[in-house]
Write a protein that binds this ligand. Structure first.
Ligand code: ADP
Ligand code: MG
Length: 352
């Protein structure tokens, strides 16, 4: 279960969104400083890639890059993994073992899921950081001195954890000299086509002789409106499935349908692109009849507005051949708003 690898190189930071630009900029500024850094972001957004890129651009590149997941191990085990132990330090400690802190000496230690570290261990970590990297392994009298760049990652809101008494404020300030926020993929859909491109090539090389084709533009458009709760990791899995099974239309249908049925607010229409006509909305005998229990002027108006929006947006998308940034410009709304509306109004790209 060792994540120890020398000169570990990760992928480049792929993406053109403002957030990715900012992340790359921060990496450039921070990499040579060795200042304690915390990378924040949901699971699968690329926190580890950020840490790897910091390492690769730092003078520590080539020295060890050690990662440890603070959420995966019980407290006692995490402590011994981090700081190591002498032979006989506890039952079962048959041989002396170096901790990750020491293994990462002169390199980088990535403390993943730092928000899940227990309070006693947080105290010990703080002490090590305050003493400039010195500590005694369990059962040892002797202090070892380490020079380790500590990068932490978390998907928790540490400020909130502090308020709840789950995270030490002093440790927070000690670790958090530099903050890097990685946004969820749904907030930067413009990165999706680039990630698809990058990983299609990567998987094509990996699968070697397979006949690999990038998903069609139409499928990519639809992937851009999905919400990606698992972020880039989920995108990688979906892409692998598409490349291997070759049935990308069906896969994307399932993704978007799953999303629709799990969201109670978007059940208004019975199917994709179901057109509701104005006459239906004001149909005096139908569901929107004022005689009907569920009728209200407000809901009828909302439906009418949505219908008009759907018509206009569909029209502009068709005219621009589904070039969404062009369409957004014409509509004078932001790219993100357009993607949101495409999804919310169930506008489905035409079959090509
Ligand atoms: N911007 C990006 N460019 C290229 N690959 C990325 C990017 N963001 C994430 N990935 C890839 O997605 C997967 C999940 O990223 P990871 O860094 O492990 O996420 P986290 O640590 O936030 O859970 C990894 O395989 C990673 O290489
Ligand atoms: Mg991770």
């Amino acid at each position: 279960m060792s994540n120890h690898s020398k000169s570990k190189t990760g992928p480049p930071i792929v993406g053109v969104s403002k957030n990715m630009e900012r992340v790359r900029e921060l990496i450039e500024h921070v990499a040579h400083t060795g200042l304690n850094t915390v990378v924040f972001g949901e699971s699968g957004v690329g926190k580890e890639v950020v840490a790897q890129n910091l390492y690769q651009k730092s003078p520590r590149f080539g020295k060890p890059f050690i990662k440890i997941n603070c959420a995966a191990l019980p407290e006692g085990l995490l402590e011994s993994e981090l700081f190591g132990y002498e032979r006989g330090a506890f039952t079962g400690a048959e041989q002396k073992k170096k901790g990750k802190f020491q293994l990462a000496h002169s390199g980088v230690l990535l403390l993943d899921e730092i928000g899940d570290m227990s309070l006693p261990l947080q105290a010990k970590l703080l002490h090590v950081l305050q003493s400039g990297g010195g500590f005694s392994p369990l059962g040892s009298e002797k202090e070892v001195q380490t020079d380790t760049w500590v990068i932490a990652a978390t998907n928790h809101d540490l400020k909130k954890a502090i308020d709840e008494g789950k995270f030490r404020e002093d440790l927070y300030y000690r670790l958090n000299i530099i903050k890097i926020h990685v946004s969820p993929l749904r907030e930067r859909p413009e990165d999706i086509p680039l990630l698809i491109d990058f990983y299609t090539k990567e998987y094509a090389a990996m699968l070697n002789d397979r006949h690999i084709e990038k998903p069609s533009a139409q499928v990519i458009d639809r992937l851009c409106v999905y919400s990606w709760p698992g972020n880039v990791r989920e995108l990688q899995n979906v892409l692998k499935r598409m490349l291997v099974l070759g049935d990308s239309n069906q896969i994307v249908d399932e993704l978007l349908n799953g999303e629709r049925t799990s969201s109670p607010t978007s059940e208004a229409t019975n199917g994709p692109n179901q057109q509701v006509s104005l006459t239906q909305i004001i149909d005096l005998d139908g569901k929107n009849s004022p005689d009907n229990q569920s009728f209200s002027l407000k809901s009828a108006k909302k439906e009418a507005v949505e219908m008009v929006e759907r018509e206009i947006i569909s029209h502009v998308l068709a005219k621009t051949d589904w070039n969404r940034s062009k369409a957004a410009k014409i509509l004078k709304i932001s790219y993100k708003t357009l993607l949101y509306k495409i999804s919310d109004l169930n506008i489905i790209p035409p079959e090509k």
